[in-house]
Design a protein around this ligand. Structure first.
Ligand code: GDP
Ligand code: MN
Length: 400
């Protein structure tokens, strides 16, 4: 789960990381009022969306008066901000964060990620702040400092000092940097984060170390033990199809094609999508029903997949180990009977209770297309989708 910049800053500042003073606003009027409360002569107005690259996309504006803040906000509220991380559809701006500006002397990049190969939290830092880490790693790879944290002892002071020295910080700035690094590490590990990124982390003209930007993501599977983090979720920033599925305990990934996929397991999902592409089709999504899915759960999956209007055919591909093919078949029949679907449905079942499953499908009297192998299933789904499209074009032609 991702959160907003202002939320990440609030969390990090609770762990001792210095952030500029700022205030949240839900309207241009409120933003101007908040700036007056903050005081000073110069502010930065920042669109709160779950994506980076806002600066380049016009989502971060420096303002010298309340009138400028008002105008900057008029151009942001209710609009979709399109950055290189949002995709072409952009993300809606419904909140802005107003901050007092700081005098920047240096910009640093700082990130904390899970490094799967070392199975450790890895700190990635660079003296080239402000640029994206992908750019830094191409253009200035020598400036990148990496350090992995031993989980049994946490981030040690000497290790944090070493990072500070490698970044070329002056002796008087090292202690503040150590506090920042340890604060971020504590927030990361105590709250089950998967990513903390501060870009830029700045050294101010009076040698303070301040997080000018902040991004945090959390492990969805650990949210149950951090209710204070879970409640920061902002559904306006999520794909509505994916959040509907998450609310129902199903994992769903929305894509751009026309064939909806209901599968069990992420690996089988990948293989199914590859095979659909090989057969000349494009997946619209995939929905993982997980293990031991009841007929009701399968029916729920069907309702979710078909609620996406791009779906023009469905491929169910189940390799049942813990699952049971007869339950999956019952779920498919249950869903089709109640939903009156007029799109082709292809089902391929293998594994536990496959004969019973096939029998249920065959005896249902429903126009379910069955397939033995995955390749066959993908080809039938694509062929059925193509002829269905042809049919509707013909019907449309006749109607006109
Ligand atoms: P991002 O583009 O989504 O990563 O948003 P950032 O929060 O990183 O802001 C983009 C850029 O705006 C930063 O790299 C800074 O150069 C600039 N910026 C943000 N806050 C301030 C500030 O308080 N003072 C100044 N001078 N520049 C700022
Ligand atoms: Mn940034």
């Amino acid at each position: 789960m991702d959160i907003h910049e202002y939320q990440a800053k609030e969390i990090l500042s609770g762990f001792g990381v210095e952030t500029p003073s700022g205030a949240l606003a839900y309207s241009p009027e409120q933003a101007a009022y908040r700036a007056r409360e903050l005081g000073g002569e110069r502010w930065v107005v920042k669109a709160q969306v779950h994506a980076g690259g806002r600066g380049k996309a016009g989502g971060v504006k420096l303002c010298d008066s309340e009138a400028e803040i008002y105008d900057a906000c008029e151009g942001l509220f209710g609009k979709k901000l399109v950055t290189h991380q949002t995709g072409p559809e952009g993300k809606g701006v419904y909140r802005v964060y107003v901050e007092s500006t700081v005098q920047i002397a240096r910009e640093i990049y700082l990130g904390f990620v899970l490094d799967r190969s070392s199975q450790r939290v890895m700190i990635v830092a660079s003296s080239e702040g402000g640029m994206e880490i992908e750019e830094i790693s191409i253009e200035k790879p020598d400036t990148i400092v990496r350090s992995t944290v031993e989980p049994a002892v946490g981030l040690q002071e000497f290790q944090a000092r070493e990072i500070a020295f490698k970044l070329g910080l002056e002796p008087g700035q090292v202690q503040a940097m150590v506090r920042t690094l340890q604060g971020c590490y504590a927030a990361f590990s105590e709250l089950d984060a998967t990513m903390v990124e501060i870009n830029p982390l700045v050294v101010t003209s009076d040698s303070k170390i301040v997080a000018l930007d902040a991004k945090m993501s959390f492990d969805d599977n650990a949210l149950f033990r951090h209710p204070q983090v879970a409640e920061l979720r902002d559904k306006s920033q999520e794909d509505p199809r994916e959040s509907r599925a998450a609310d129902r305990g199903l994992s769903y990934v929305g894509l751009d094609g026309n064939i909806g996929c209901i599968v069990n397991g992420a690996g089988l999902a990948m293989a199914t999508m590859d095979t659909i592409k090989l057969a000349g089709g494009e997946p619209a999504n995939f929905l993982d029903i997980g293990g031991g899915a009841s007929p009701e759960r399968v029916a729920k999956a069907f309702r979710l997949v078909t609620s996406d209007s791009n779906v023009q055919a469905i491929l169910v591909n189940i390799f049942a180990g813990i699952n049971r093919c007869d339950w999956v078949a019952e779920g498919v029949v249950l869903a089709l009977k109640e939903m009156n679907l007029d799109i082709p449905v292809v089902v391929r079942l293998a594994g536990t209770n496959v004969e019973a499953g096939q029998k249920i499908l065959a005896q249902s009297g429903l126009p379910i297309i069955r397939a033995g192998t995955l390749m066959e299933a993908a080809e039938r789904a694509v062929a059925a989708w193509q002829s269905d499209i042809g049919q509707s074009a013909k019907t449309l032609g006749a109607a006109i």
